[in-house]
Design a protein around this ligand. Structure first.
Ligand SMILES: Cc1cc2nc3c(=O)[nH]c(=O)nc-3n(C[C@H](O)[C@H](O)[C@H](O)COP(=O)(O)O)c2cc1C
Length: 319
């Protein structure tokens, strides 16, 4: 029984799964390369890295695998254009971008022959993306980790996007196991993007304390924060999110101007960095809604075994 391939432009992923880009430094070369080695698409998170750091990560991933490597850069970061150009210079396979919408990236992608995959949360933006030349779209629902562009469920948005565009559609948000992937593919999606599951892998860039906090989290521990990017974000309740709720002044005294526009209610990059390094009290721990369904750190290989089994067993049931 065949597992459907994911075709994006001329790229063919044997397993229709993209590991979502996760900043800051959660999805780096070791994770992206391990995913690419398994036949999925591995994504290096470029946001929060310097141009030189991003170049080094891409080179390291290339050293580790000949599989498909994407780079994700959030439109909201000041160095968006520089990071994207550096990723293109390093000849990445595709660019994924969310947290805002860049029309320019489609022009740059065309000039350099690199497929562009925007993250969207509505059929309207998916259609516009297709018109501008997107090679595929990732559709994120409210269940997703990180910044959110919608308050609607992926289960409601996905069918609307599939009906609206003819390019490949990849569903994201709340999918944590093979059964979830199988069901999403069965509903007609061309692929699935997963973040939280891969953040809780052996190859993840997150500190052990970050992963422990995620493994311990119950459904009630997953909360929304208002990110200075101007969008809601989803994370794990901790003293930092409690202080935000209590309206404690968390404005940073220093500023690197890392965002094009920043509401300055707190410094997102430093809070994400703190969490990634293991300071789970003061840091921001981004998480998907279904983290409570994950109870073990797995290797990327084990995650892919589960995904493959999930797809294969669903097909067996159907026969
Ligand atoms: C820790 C973390 C960091 C993330 N960082 C980014 C990011 O830098 N850029 C982005 O487009 N999406 C980011 N996301 C979203 C993921 O790429 C992915 O789409 C999302 O996590 C899917 O939902 P799931 O976590 O329920 O699988 C992040 C998610 C998490 C959990």
């Amino acid at each position: 029984m065949k597992i459907p391939e994911l075709h994006i432009a001329d790229l063919v992923a044997r397993i229709p799964v993209i590991q979502g880009g996760m900043a800051v430094k959660i999805s780096m070369a070791p994770l992206a390369a391990a995913v690419a080695e398994e036949g999925g698409i591995g994504t290096i998170a470029g946001s929060g890295l310097s141009v030189e750091e991003l170049r080094a990560e891409i080179r390291e991933a290339r050293r580790l695998t000949q599989g498909i490597i994407a780079v994700n850069v959030m439109f909201a970061v000041t160095e968006f254009a520089q990071l994207v150009q550096a990723a293109f210079d390093e000849k990445i396979d595709l660019l994924v971008s969310g947290a805002g919408f860049s029309r320019d990236m489609f022009t740059w992608g065309k000039e350099r022959g690199i497929p562009i995959v925007p993250i969207v949360s509505s059929a309207k933006l998916a259609k516009l993306s297709q018109k501008l030349g997107a090679a595929a779209v990732v559709v994120e629902g409210i269940e997703a980790g990180g910044h959110l562009g919608t308050d609607r469920s992926i289960h409601d948005i996905l069918p609307e996007v599939m009906a609206a565009v003819s390019i490949p559609v990849i569903g994201a948000g709340g999918f944590v196991n093979g059964e979830d992937v199988a069901r999403t593919l069965k509903s007609g999606a061309d692929g699935v993007q997963m973040g939280t599951r891969f953040a809780l892998s052996k190859e993840s860039g997150a500190a052990p304390a970050w992963q422990e906090a995620m493994l311990k989290a119950t459904q009630e521990d997953v909360v929304f924060v208002h990110s200075p990017v101007g969008l809601p974000g989803r994370g794990i309740r901790n003293p930092f999110t409690q202080a935000l709720d209590d309206q404690v002044d968390l404005k940073s005294k220093t500023c690197d101007r890392c965002l094009k526009r920043c509401e300055r209610n707190f410094c997102i990059m430093s809070r994400l960095n703190l969490a990634q390094q293991g300071n789970i009290k003061d840091g921001l721990i981004f998480s998907g809604a279904n983290v409570h369904k994950i109870n073990k750190i797995l290797s990327v290989h084990e995650i892919f075994e589960d995904i493959k089994n999930g797809i294969l067993s669903l097909k067996e049931e159907e026969r």
